[in-house]
Design a binder for this molecule. Structure first.
Ligand SMILES: Cc1cc2nc3c(=O)[nH]c(=O)nc-3n(C[C@H](O)[C@H](O)[C@H](O)COP(=O)(O)OP(=O)(O)OC[C@H]3O[C@@H](n4cnc5c(N)ncnc54)[C@H](O)[C@@H]3O)c2cc1C
Length: 465
């Protein structure tokens, strides 16, 4: 089926040819529809949404409720859910990446389409690992947007980026599990729309295999014993109405049937969950960077603001700044698209490196770019006169959320160093061939050990790190 969509129009103008060539007609139509939706329903409504949030604080604003119903009716719900899952609207990760960048232009736009964090990760987790009964009870209502969910892994008392440390204890008592401990992050209990917490807990602390000590469980938000102490602000922003809670679990009882996949299998599930979730933040951050860049262009050419009688954009340093931001956004977009495409072609597990590459490079660079865009605005750039400070905070927090970039770098570096073993074989061959050449030209005496491999003894390479 061919499409009548004009692929030279704005939603497609930043897409490289290799991406455009992979987009099916259904994707072209969704990308155009998401573009129209964000341009018409979200960007102009930003200040109204904020005013409603300020008024209702921990409740979903009426405008958000209305837009979610409308987006669902327009076929714009759950676009993130890859095409092989039942109930998916049918896009690949790459096709969704094009939509997500557009959604990213407004922080809350993804939520109007049920494509926000942590919902996307949670829905994919349940679609992959929940049993039929759990799916009917929890997945189905999340897909229709009847209620929403939170993901609760991080704890205040341990280094949670190494999830083997997670200590919230769950013990089997009869046909129930009893949970005790503390958690931080995951939406606030005051938000009545959040009905489900997907919680990582320690079910078998003495198991000799540290990767089998934890379980992932479903905790309904109204379970007695689950208490919120306070909301955590993120660099001064409270992120209402979803927020980030600080929780205490005191004898929280859940049915044993609320364990996902089975006891001791949390790591299998966490691996499956974090790939797509990480990449969705990066896709949206490209949209944030584009918007920040547009603000910078406007300010750089504002005829009311002319230091030394010149437009800000006429100074060489700013011309170079503009070029640098443009170049970096386009380069990072390729990194994100490559990660999405690799997930489609080889699966999330095989895409581990490219997912990490996005997670490491994109938030850090986008935070730096937004920082440069703020600079164009002088003092106002740091105030609420522009959304830039809040956009910067988003990029900054993604450096930590879903695992700090240092931990991802550590993993990438270790994997790379393990590759030394593979490189060794190639260099042994170079050495052999160089020795042969030396012999053939009678240069053994003259050259002696003048050769890199004499000093770099490849037989001494360790396969252990
Ligand atoms: C806005 C926001 C939203 C969040 N949402 C959620 C959520 O919904 N659910 C949830 O469970 N959590 C959430 N988190 C928490 C987040 O996932 C954790 O903060 C993160 O995984 C790090 O864990 P930690 O805070 O325990 O830091 P730690 O594990 O204590 O790490 C602290 C620091 O140690 C260093 N470090 C750690 N590992 C390594 C390493 N391997 N190599 C080198 N240095 C290292 C890094 O500098 C790291 O930042 C959110 C966080 C933020 C900021």
């Amino acid at each position: 089926m061919s499409s009548t969509i004009d692929t030279t129009a704005p939603p497609f103008e930043h897409l490289p040819p290799w991406v455009l060539s992979k987009l099916r007609p259904i994707a072209l139509e969704k990308i155009q529809a998401v573009h129209d939706w964000v341009e018409t329903e979200c960007i102009p409504a930003d200040s109204i949404m904020r005013a409603q949030i300020a008024k209702h604080r921990w409740q979903m604003p009426p405008l958000m409720r209305e837009l979610r119903e409308k987006a669902k009716a327009h076929g714009l719900f759950n676009l993130f859910l890859p095409h092989h899952f039942p109930g998916s609207p049918g896009l690949t990760n790459l096709e969704y990446a094009c939509c997500a960048e557009i959604m990213g232009r407004v922080y809350w736009a993804a939520q109007t389409m049920n494509c926000h964090a942590p919902e996307t990760g949670n829905i994919e987790l349940l679609a992959k690992y929940a049993n039929e009964e759990q799916k009917a009870c929890w997945l189905q209502p999340l897909l229709t947007g009847e209620f929403s969910s939170a993901y609760s892994m991080t704890e205040p008392d341990v280094a949670s980026s190494d999830a083997t440390n997670i200590s919230l204890r769950m013990e089997k008592v009869g046909d129930e599990y009893v949970l005790n401990g503390r958690k931080i992050f995951g939406g606030v209990l005051w938000n009545q729309d959040i009905k489900l917490y997907i919680v990582m807990a320690c079910s078998d602390p003495t198991n000799p295999n540290p990767w089998r000590r934890h379980s992932m469980v479903l905790v309904p938000s109204d379970t007695p014993g689950l208490r919120i102490k306070r909301n955590l602000s993120i660099m001064g922003y409270d992120h209402a109405p979803d927020g980030h809670g600080e929780f205490v679990y005191t004898d929280v009882r859940i049915p044993a049937t609320n364990v996902i996949l089975g006891p001791g299998r949390a790591f299998e599930i966490a691996q499956g969950r974090l790939g797509p979730g990480r990449i969705h933040h990066c896709m949206r951050l490209i949209g944030q960077a584009e918007l920040a860049y547009e603000y910078a262009l406007l300010r750089a050419t504002d005829t009311r603001k002319t230091p030394r009688g010149r437009l800000i954009g006429s100074f060489d340093s700013n011309i170079e700044r503009v070029a640098q931001i443009r170049l970096e956004i386009d380069a990072l977009r390729l990194v994100v698209f490559n990660a999405a495409d690799t997930m489609d072609a080889r699966g999330n597990k095989a895409g581990r490196y490219v997912i990490a590459q996005s997670k490491i490079l994109v938030p850090e660079a986008v935070a730096r770019m937004i920082d440069e865009c703020m600079q164009f605005f002088g003092g106002q750039g740091l105030t609420q006169h522009t959304p830039l400070p809040e956009m910067w905070t988003y990029a900054r927090f993604v450096r930590v959320a879903d695992g700090p970039d240092a931990a991802h770098r550590h993993q990438v570096g270790r994997d790379q160093l393990k590759g030394a073993e593979k490189v060794r074989g190639r260099h042994e061959r170079y050495y052999r061939l160089a020795q042969e050449l030396k012999r053939r030209f009678g240069l053994e005496e003259e050259m002696g050990d003048e050769c890199v491999w004499e000093y770099l003894d490849v037989s001494a390479i360790s396969s252990k790190l």
